[in-house]
Design a protein around this ligand. Structure first.
Ligand SMILES: Cc1cc2nc3c(=O)[nH]c(=O)nc-3n(C[C@H](O)[C@H](O)[C@H](O)COP(=O)(O)OP(=O)(O)OC[C@H]3O[C@@H](n4cnc5c(N)ncnc54)[C@H](O)[C@@H]3O)c2cc1C
Length: 243
């Protein structure tokens, strides 16, 4: 008599968790995806931009890719627990783990020989928001956007001047996209030189030369204040810009 395939819980239903589920399923195991949000997709679900890094998916947004990955998982009948978070993991015996989870459905437990953790990375902006006066309030009012996705949303109201805070890939890429739309941009970065890939820095330089973009280095943001429908950004060491 064939024995039941081993159950393998996968914590996190982003692209990594879904890919892992596909592989385990193909190997004849029984993966179960445990995802705290109400849908599969992880960070890719939030991105309105084309993902230029996946073969065979040219022009498709990361959000579309995420939806296709999720449809693939559903099509294979891979069990998925949405709105669920594990809260306890303990060793049942030498060869089995027990994982207790709770959330949208009733509390449930799983017993398996292995557990996959695919919880992704956390967005670093959250800590930043808590350290800057009024930032949380501005974010709640929709005048401060965390992460790179807001700028690419269809119909986003960008105004005529956007302050982009950060000196990494996202900051430089988003600034270039804004400049391409004719929006004036001030990039504010803590470090003296950008952390972004040189190619992204170079792409923005064109707009710096034309005066549409200014890059302010070695400064941090102290506070945000209301300025009509915009935001006044107060910098450390004095000075402010309105965006
Ligand atoms: C605006 C934007 C643009 C991007 N552009 C690109 C691009 O062009 N190309 C590219 O390759 N990548 C891009 N990325 C990054 C890409 O989305 C991520 O690299 C990818 O989603 C990482 O996949 P992951 O599965 O490792 O993690 P995540 O996508 O972060 O997924 C982790 C999942 O785990 C869940 N989770 C976390 N903790 C728990 C828990 N305790 N219990 C249950 N579930 C939990 C989360 O809810 C999430 O669904 C972009 C991201 C954003 C936001």
């Amino acid at each position: 008599m064939a024995s039941e395939p081993p159950v393998v819980p996968i914590i996190g239903g982003g692209p990594a968790g879904m890919s892992c589920a596909l592989w385990l399923h193909n190997y004849g195991l029984y993966p179960i995806i445990i995802e705290k949000e109400s849908a599969l997709g992880g960070m890719a679900r939030m991105s309105p931009y084309p993902n230029e890094w996946l073969l065979g998916q040219r022009g498709k947004t990361a959000r579309e890719n995420a939806a296709e990955f999720a449809a693939h998982i559903r099509g294979l009948g891979i069990e998925t627990w949405l709105g669920t978070t594990p809260h306890r993991l303990h060793r049942e015996n030498y060869v089995r783990w027990r994982l207790d989870a709770s959330g949208a459905a009733a509390a449930r437990s799983l017993l398996g020989p292995a557990i996959v953790i695919a919880t992704g990375t956390r967005f670093a902006g959250e800590e930043w928001v808590d350290g800057v006066k009024n930032a949380r309030r501005m974010a709640a009012a929709g005048r401060l956007h965390l992460g790179a996705s807001a700028v690419g949303e269809p119909g986003a109201d960008l105004g005529s001047h956007v302050a982009v805070i950060g000196g990494g890939d996202n900051a430089f890429d988003v600034s270039r996209m804004l400049a391409e739309k004719g929006v004036r941009v001030s990039v504010l970065m803590r470090s003296q030189s950008p952390r972004a890939q040189p190619v992204l820095v170079e792409r923005l330089r064109l707009y710096q030369i034309s005066g549409l973009v200014q890059v302010i280095s070695g400064r941090t943001v102290e506070a945000l204040h209301d300025a009509g429908s915009g935001v006044k950004v107060r910098l450390n060491g004095g000075g402010e810009i309105e965006a």
